[in-house]
Design a protein around this ligand. Structure first.
Ligand code: UDP
Length: 235
């Protein structure tokens, strides 16, 4: 259930299908790696072979950006809605709570993962967050030991892209957990340090516009979107 957009695989799964597969994978001890795909990453991968391989190496590439959904629609594909990294993470947290799976939060500035842990514990009573570690620890053995000792089933990795994806590929086979998701700045949002766009913007697919109003310097990144769509249609 994947489509290829400019050389990058993108899953056509809904949240529900993904959650079901991931929970099954945990029970089967099958390693899974989730990466969020947006037009910016696809454009970057056009001239970066190693990034293309890295993104295609993931088990599930989720259509995080509205541009990816549009490209699929224009080409008559099956992707109808975004599957965002942060919502995927929250839904995984909810399901993990119900199925009593353990979670580890790795990444972000010191203190932020702990704040995110508190927020998640308030939102999902009973959630088992077995450990946290900030994303500026340099000693790889310390990181690996913290994660393995926690006996977590799911690790969220918030180091920014593509650092988090590189980290996951390098370590996933030697770590105890089975599910790995790169979540970028999600702990900053969950902890309340950074605000996400209001839900009306999200529903209309205008989260990018809200971010543009808040952070006008993003225009350079966002101008990639029309170029990306043109390229995706031409292919
Ligand atoms: N970060 C980290 N270690 C680093 C560099 C960054 O933990 O060495 C964290 C940073 O604090 C932030 C996240 O990685 O929480 C990156 O967020 P951003 O929104 O930039 O992610 P992206 O846009 O790449 O998804």
């Amino acid at each position: 259930m994947k489509e290829t957009i400019l050389g990058i695989d993108v899953c056509t799964h809904t949240y529900e299908q993904l959650i079901n597969e991931l929970m099954y994978n945990i029970d089967q001890n099958k390693k899974s790696f989730i990466v969020a795909i947006n037009p910016e990453k696809i454009m970057k991968a056009q001239s970066d072979q190693s990034l293309q391989e890295l993104l295609n190496h993931a088990t599930y590439q989720i259509p995080d950006g509205i541009g990816v959904v549009l490209a699929s629609k224009i080409r008559g594909g099956r992707i109808k809605d975004r599957v965002t990294g942060i919502d995927m993470m929250l839904k995984l947290c909810q399901e993990a709570t119900e199925q009593r799976k353990n979670i580890f939060l790795y990444g972000a500035k010191p203190g932020v993962a702990d704040q995110a842990k508190e927020k998640l514990e308030a939102k999902f009573p009973g959630i088992q967050i077995a450990g946290t570690l900030h994303g500026y620890e340099k000693d790889e053995e310390v990181i690996i030991k913290a994660i393995n000792d926690s006996k977590a089933d799911i690790v969220f990795v918030a180091l920014g892209s593509p650092a988090q994806e590189n980290w996951i590929v390098k370590h996933m086979n030697d770590l105890h957990p089975t599910v790995f998701q790169g979540v970028g700045g999600s702990y900053d949002v969950i902890s309340g340090n950074i605000k996400r766009a209001p839900s009306t913007f999200q529903k209309l697919g205008l989260e990018w516009f809200y971010r543009l109003l808040k952070e006008p310097w993003r225009i350079r990144r966002q101008l990639l979107l029309p170029m990306f769509l043109l390229k995706a249609v031409k292919k």
